[in-house]
Design a protein around this ligand. Structure first.
Ligand SMILES: C[S@@+](CC[C@H](N)C(=O)[O-])C[C@H]1O[C@@H](n2cnc3c(N)ncnc32)[C@H](O)[C@@H]1O
Length: 275
């Protein structure tokens, strides 16, 4: 049951990832923003794993942090694009594995990160357990997910549309017929907020912080984000309370090391060390 749903989600994402130009879709600044508080010192010379690596867009940046081994796992055919993107780098100590992260088991990594994946799983908590399971004793984990908090507009307007189109339309119609026209007002709204003075009352507008972040990118990135939102058959918006309970109830998590950080007002970064 779990496998079937995650498989269709991964297949949907592969339509997105395998139809992008070569290379990372993220800037260096975005990579740092997603990975902070992890730094190069945490990864250099260490075994690093990304669970749910897509087309390797984060892995290509992580390679610059010079881990001793860099492994990416994904259930979808996007592993083809990930292999191409990593093969183009001078860094050679990488491996891309096609597998269901919920079941995949390794000997353990010094650092495991999982960005934008758990909220797309049929069972996000099982994905969290898989992250922890693949960290060596004393190692670190770092996760980013969509928040329930700060996403009212997306949950009310975009998510109902996603539930319909992701199930009945082909990827190209979602991308060009729906995501592209939707990305136009999204792009204009974000750019407007970005160029307006940072007035206190403006901060109350929907997705304000997020818009300041994404407004640094070009239109094609907005379309990619809109397409990503609409193509996936499974999305769960996770509350801080849920994340706190995951961290608290996993016996391997060192409670003194945990952090939960609000990112752009509508998502959570969280992580820590494993005992
Ligand atoms: C939004 S993408 C994020 C990709 C990458 N982490 C990034 O930030 O660019 C989510 C990825 O999770 C993968 N995925 C979903 N369910 C999975 C599962 N059960 N096992 C492994 N990968 C999975 C999808 O195939 C997709 O590539």
């Amino acid at each position: 049951m779990t496998f079937t749903t995650d498989q269709s989600t991964a297949a949907a994402f592969a339509q997105s990832w395998n139809n992008l130009p070569a290379g990372s879709i993220y800037t260096h600044e975005q990579f740092i923003d997603w990975l902070t508080p992890l730094t190069k010192d945490d990864a250099q010379g260490k075994k690093v794993l990304e669970l749910g690596c897509g087309n390797g867009s984060l892995l290509t940046h992580m390679a610059n942090w010079q881990p001793s081994l860099l492994v990416g796992v994904d259930l979808g055919d996007s592993v083809a694009a990930a292999k191409k993107n990593l093969a183009a780098l001078p860094f050679k100590h990488w491996q891309i594995i096609k597998a269901d992260l919920v079941e995949w088991q390794s000997d353990g990594f010094d650092v495991v990160y999982c960005i934008g994946v758990l909220h797309h799983l049929q069972e996000p908590r099982a994905g969290f357990a898989a992250v922890i399971r693949n960290v060596k004793p004393g190692g670190q984990f770092h996760i980013w997910v969509y928040a329930r908090e700060g996403n009212g507009v997306i949950i009310c307007l975009v998510d109902p549309l996603r539930k319909i189109v992701s199930r009945c339309l082909p990827w190209w119609m979602i991308k060009y017929g729906i995501a592209t026209p939707l990305a136009v007002p999204f792009f204009l709204y974000a750019k407007l907020l970005f160029y307006l003075p940072r007035l206190t009352w403006l901060r109350r507008l929907p997705l304000y912080q997020y818009c300041l972040w994404i407004a640094k990118r070009e239109f094609s990135f907005f379309r990619h984000v809109a397409f990503d939102q609409l193509i996936t058959p499974q999305t769960t918006y996770l509350s801080r309370e849920t994340i706190e309970s995951w961290l608290k109830n996993n016996r391997r998590v060192d409670q003194d090391s945990v952090y939960i950080i609000s990112r752009n007002g509508n998502s959570w970064k969280f992580g820590g060390r494993v005992k």
